[in-house]
Design a protein around this ligand. Sequence first.
Ligand SMILES: Cc1cc2nc3c(=O)[nH]c(=O)nc-3n(C[C@H](O)[C@H](O)[C@H](O)COP(=O)(O)OP(=O)(O)OC[C@H]3O[C@@H](n4cnc5c(N)ncnc54)[C@H](O)[C@@H]3O)c2cc1C
Ligand code: SF4
Length: 329
Amino acid sequence: MTVTRPSDLDGALAGLAEGGALARAGGTDLTACVAEGVLPGGPVVDLTGVAGMSGTDRRDDGSVRVGALTTVTELAEGPLLAGSYPALARTARGLATPQVRGTATLGGNLLQRNRCWYLRNPAFDCHQSGGSSCPARTGDHLYGVVVDQGPCVAPHPSSLAAALAAYDASIEVAGRGSSRSVPVAELYDGTDPTRDHVLDPAEVVVSVALPAPVPGERGAYLRATGRSRAEWPLVEVVVRLACEDRGSGPVASAAVAVGGVARTPLRLPGVEDALAGSVPGGGLSPAVVAALEGLADLCSPLPGTRYKVALLSSTVRAGLLRALGAEEG
Ligand SMILES: Cc1cc2nc3c(=O)[nH]c(=O)nc-3n(C[C@H](O)[C@H](O)[C@H](O)COP(=O)(O)OP(=O)(O)OC[C@H]3O[C@@H](n4cnc5c(N)ncnc54)[C@H](O)[C@@H]3O)c2cc1C
Ligand code: SF4
């Protein structure tokens, strides 16, 4: 495997224009994907020395730009993000292991491949590996989707994508001679079974743009897992509550996003609307309880993922109570 280490974006884009070239940031997923045959072992363009892709800056309009090479640990612990975007920082703190978080980057997390064990086993062909079927749909899909959007049933793996969906963030993407901003809600297409995100392999995620922070925002992240460490979640929830009186008054607006549920991160508008007027420290209103019960109608479970219908509702419920500061003992 040949590896180049460009120092600027133009060099990286030139390297990626070579057929079969692969971008590498922290390498925590890319290395495994090449070893497991998910990705071809083409030339590698190491992005870690590319100028302009690191750091966190506040812009004049109050929005914040986070470089794609920012590590998950930096997202979790950086004072600007931890103070102003608590739901994002808590999500970063809750994923993977300390070792992975110290190496894995924001851009790589958003573009990591899904965890389907058929995809990662070279003995199987599927839509994602050039085949024309999904063996997981008819086979073992215990960790699969509970909201069935299309032929592929592997849930989206990126916890940070769920958090960024809750923040209405945009991804700044560069290609050769072009750049564009992609809302995180459009970075993934659940109906396309052939790929996990919509970017071209020759494009680079340069940074993520977060809207200006909300003073006193309350945030929570919660996951349900099959084991307590080193595991992707079965279901995860990210909650943001913009409350009056800088965080102590009633909820003025809410954003709730879930992962582990569908091919894309999903926002839950019914739950978000029902949260308006909820009081920090108080319990869940009848409207919120009804919205949680309504989540079952959103689900279209596979035979092996029926357990996720109840798990989705209970995980969101626990995440809301945590964000409201009203956790049940
Ligand atoms: C035990 C374990 C548990 C984990 N649990 C979780 C979890 O709960 N939640 C979660 O979200 N993740 C989890 N992960 C996955 C981990 O977070 C990802 O592997 C990591 O975030 C990928 O980042 P990276 O910088 O290492 O990416 P890389 O491995 O370098 O790259 C990943 C992909 O992104 C592409 N890429 C990387 N950066 C760019 C860029 N700037 N522009 C264009 N393409 C790029 C690469 O080509 C590759 O396809 C877990 C991993 C492990 C090992
Ligand atoms: S199409 Fe998706 S769910 Fe089906 S086997 Fe391939 S990666 Fe897995």
